[in-house]
Write a protein that binds this ligand. Sequence first.
Ligand code: G3H
Ligand code: 13P
Ligand code: ZN
Length: 310
Amino acid sequence: MPLVGTKEMFKKANEEGYAIGAFNVNNMEILQAIVDAAKEEKAPLILQVSAGARKYARPGYLIHLVKAAEEDSGLPIALHLDHGEDFEICKSCVDGGFTSVMIDASRFPFEENIKLTKQVVDYAHSKGVVVEAELGKLAGIEDAVNVSEADAKFTNPEQAAEFVKRTGCDSLAVAIGTSHGAYKFKGEAKLDFDRLEQIMKLLPQGYPLVLHGASSVPQYLVEKCNKYGGKMPGAQGVPEEMLRKAASMGVAKINIDTDLRLAMTATIREIFVTKPEEFDPRKYLGPARDAIKEVVKHKIKNVLGCSGKI
Ligand code: G3H
Ligand code: 13P
Ligand code: ZN
């Protein structure tokens, strides 16, 4: 099966009340772990590559690995550019074989975000590629500490409706309280589900919404990192029940990167400390791959609800 777009995936996910996992890929081991997990769970899959990952792996390398994984697994896989910051990188990924791109112009004022998003949509659609855009700012740990600050940063439902109508983007990443990385909340974790509901009400029925910053930062992984020399006090993610609720409400795509990084790092740290004589990279990258696979399987089965949905 060739790499696929996300339209059909999102439609079925919305109708059946689950979400598709979008997992970030940086290298071969991470990619294999994700694809093996999805294959065992018979789950549809979005593999996403950030600008940083593309630069790190060098343009072209990851797409070949993804094609190999797709041929090997036979899964429906979409290849997505995560957080494309300008027209050029989106165009380059569209031209290079990605089936979905994100233009993240959320740092710009509303009208500029619309203008740049529309430019990407027009180009991508002419090549049969779908586009994710973003409106609102993901809160950092210091951000959105009170209601008026949250209101200024989180996605405005009326603006979301206007934005989708004017840009023609195929999915929209919304800010409702999640943030990137391992330090998401100070104190109680809280997502603005009322806002999410409002946004859904004002958009066309079943319109695909995306949640970035959706790692749950499992304590066992943080503790394992810290046990073997890591220093991650206060790491905190989005509770899994909140993600399940978002998926069942109709969020179509849930982005997870940090939890895979944690699984990989915790495993490698443990091996470096407990087997200091080891120097064969396969002896620590292999177990790291296994650990990532377990995390992805858990997400698919217990958080996203997309097991058996291919
Ligand atoms: O949303 C960001 C992703 O976790 C990718 O991060 O830009 O460090 O590759 P990165
Ligand atoms: P996390 O940092 O919570 O894994 O979020 C990843 C993400 O949003 C990628 O776009
Ligand atoms: Zn993101």
